[in-house]
Design a protein around this ligand. Structure first.
Ligand code: PEP
Ligand code: MN
Length: 427
């Protein structure tokens, strides 16, 4: 039994009281306890994890999450999986979009309904351009944890831990606000619960346009293993495990190691799952990851999200050829954002619309050359007129970035810029 398993038992058997040291306790053979220990991801290496296990609330927080309701239901996942299979079969498009990092302060009805409206309206736009159904998925209802390329960042000459998303720390640049705090997992859970409920209200409305026959669905990067592992649940009908935190969890570019904890965790759940693929991806390792996540070669189970940069052709070709040869019927989703991030002379992170449009065109060309269905787009888009990416009438140049830059992390398109990307995609 792992030390973590012991400590977990300890909390449960002492009625929630926290002892300072985990103490060995005879194994209690219940299903609940068995499922909490000895899982493959507990002993696997995990990149990009928060440093918070020594915090006095760590074990109590995980235990509380384990006892909480799942945020998505098996019935919803069945419906979502059916639509993902339609996309995988070339009969529709997936449109996944939202913030790079959601903020707790925006988990209000007004902000959330604005984000849902934006997602809906762009899905209707894409459906009109492509002539088939579009499945809308938000980076919404749980996108609270960020991997970062550097563990620290500098503010006025002071080196601080990097901002890692509201599930882990605060963006306020002070040493105390940047501490990793496990209680933030509970706030993230409560915020996700609200947003997921509002997504459900929209999904259940009978007035959907026929071009957007399902959704909106939730998604986020399944980065924090403590959080995601605490939200694995079992279906009552089949006993199959599913991830109760979101409809579509994805693996980020930095955590897609097939031997790593994040990949092993997603392999163990029955949700549709996705994975980012950057230009450095080794096609052999990627095929191994596909085998782990999609052993049954099931249409709609696995979505691959290449994010190769402005000239994606050679890296993407290697990946598409290898995955096609291995026979995985994946959804190919184009993320033209994350390979195109640049920093301006005064240190602002941005992206050029021209680079994004070039990647979209290169992506389609490769997929079509190898007879694969271009399954849709993954974009970072704000619901308001932000000025974070350069291009189009609204943000003609670098100077215009100063007007309205509110992203907590990466620069997002505004809705007008996003429409230009949809147009280029559908051409
Ligand atoms: C992201 O989607 O915000 C992200 C960090 O992407 P990637 O893992 O592709 O870098
Ligand atoms: Mn991002």
């Amino acid at each position: 039994m792992t030390a973590r398993g012991l400590a977990y038992l300890d909390v449960r058997l002492t009625g929630g009281r926290l002892m300072t040291e985990p103490m060995p306790i005879p194994v209690v053979e219940t299903d609940e306890v068995r499922s909490a220990v000895g899982e493959p991801w507990e002993s696997a290496p995990a990149a990009q994890q928060p440093q918070w296990r020594a915090h006095s609330d760590y074990h109590r927080t995980c235990a509380q999450l384990r006892d909480s309701d799942p945020l998505v239901t098996p019935t919803e996942l069945d419906t979502f999986r059916t639509w993902m299979a339609v996309v995988a079969g070339g009969q529709g498009q997936l449109l996944q979009l939202g913030d790079c990092a959601e903020g707790f302060h925006e988990c209000t009805p007004a902000h959330t309904f604005a984000k849902i409206d934006m997602l809906r309206s762009l899905a209707v736009d894409l459906a009109a351009r492509t002539g088939g159904p579009v499945v809308p998925v938000g980076r919404l209802g749980g996108q609270f944890a960020k991997p970062r390329s550097r563990p620290t960042e500098c503010y006025g000459g002071v080196e601080l831990p990097s901002f890692r998303g509201h599930m882990i720390n605060s963006e306020i640049p002070t040493p105390s606000a940047r501490q990793h705090d496990p209680r933030r997992m509970l706030w993230a859970y409560e915020a996700s619960a609200k947003v997921t409920r509002w997504l459900g209200i929209h999904r259940d409305r009978g007035t959907r346009p026929s071009s957007v026959p399902s959704g909106p669905w939730s998604s986020h990067e399944a980065l924090v293993v403590d959080y995601e592992a605490s939200l694995i649940r079992r279906r009552e009908d089949t006993g199959a495990a599913y991830l109760g935190s979101t409809h579509l969890p994805w693996l980020g570019e930095r955590t897609r190691d097939p031997d790593g904890a994040n990949a092993l965790l997603l392999a163990a759940v029955s949700n549709p799952v996705a994975c980012k693929v950057g230009p450095a991806a080794d096609p052999v390792a990627l095929v191994r990851l596909c085998g782990l996540l999609d052993p049954d070669r099931e249409p709609g189970r696995l979505t691959l999200i290449p994010r190769m940069g402005r000239d994606p052709v050679s890296a993407l070709t290697n990946v598409v050829v290898a995955v096609r040869r291995a026979g995985h019927p994946v959804v190919w989703l184009c993320d033209p954002m994350h390979g195109n991030t640049v920093t301006t002379r005064n240190g602002t992170k941005t992206r050029y619309l021209d680079d994004i449009l070039a990647e979209v065109a290169g992506f389609r060309a490769v997929l079509e050359r190898y007879d694969q269905h271009p399954g849709g787009l993954h974009l970072e888009v704000a619901s308001s007129e932000v000025t974070e990416c350069i291009g189009g009438r609204s943000v003609p140049n670098e100077d215009a970035l100063a007007y309205c830059y509110t992203s907590l992390c990466d620069p997002r398109l505004n809705p007008e810029q996003a429409r230009q990307v949809l147009k280029a995609w559908a051409q």
